[in-house]
Ligand binder design. Sequence first.
Ligand code: ZN
Length: 269
Amino acid sequence: MARQEKMLSSSDYSQSLLSNLKKEQISSITDEPEKISTDSLSQHKKKPQKPIIFCEHCLDNQSFLQNTLIAIENSWHISLPTSGPLTNGHIWLIPNEHIVAITDIDDDEYEELINVKEKIVSFFKESYGKETIFAEIVRNIQECKHVIIECIPVNEEMNESCYGTVMQELNTADDEWTDNKKIILTRDQGIHGAVPPNFPYVFFDFSLKKGIAHVIENPRRFKNDFVINVLAENLGIELLYVRRKTSLSSIQLIRSEIEKKWIKFSLPS
Ligand SMILES: [Zn+2]
C-alpha cells in the first residue's frame, strides 16, 4: 500500500490526531471536543513519577550548571550548550522550572517564551548578522527530561538549506509501515497548540517565521541528539570536533564573549 505523505496545518493536525486516537483508543466519547482532548488521551496524560533531585537545568536545584549560565530572563535562562557550540553564538534557552515539553505550558508562559525568542532572533541578527534556528526534541514524556531549546545562529543560505533538510529527514524518519506520516507546518505560530500536550515531538523553528513539527510515535527512531545531528550534518560540522571545545577554559571564554554581547538585550536590572 502506498504510504500517505501529508503536510498539514497545525489545526488540521490536532484534529486528525484526535480523530485517530478516537478510533484507536477511545471506547466512549462525548461530543465535546475539549473533553475528548482532556480525558481521552489518558495514555499520554500520565504524569512522570520520576523525582527531580539532580536536574542540572532547574535553576533552583543544587546541581544547576552555574558555570554555563549566561543570563536569566524571567522564567527562562540562557546557557551555553554543555556539548559544545555548533556554531559561534550557539546557546540554549531553558525554562527555569522543570518543564518537560513546551506544549505543556500555559498561554502566558508561552507569550513570555516568544518574547525571549524574539530577543534572541534580534541578538543573532545584530551581533552575528545571522538568522536563528530554534530546535527542541521531547522523545518520551515519561523520561521527564528538562526541555532544552537549541538556539543556533546560521547564515541565510544555511537557514533555507536546513529547512529543506529537516523536511526531508522528518519525512523519512517514521517507520516504513506507518500510514500516519505527517509533517506539521507551524508557520509563525510555533509549537504551542500545534501539537496537543503530552505528546512527544520534535520541532524546528526558523527565526519565528516558519516551523516544522512532527509527533514522535516511535522514540527509537529519534535519538536525543537527533536535532543536533541533522543540523550538524547540514552545516558540515563534525560533532567530535565540536565536543572538544568543552573544556572549562573554553567554556569560560565563550561564555564571557556571549555575555558581553547579550548585555544590551538583557532585562533591565
Ligand atoms: Zn529540571
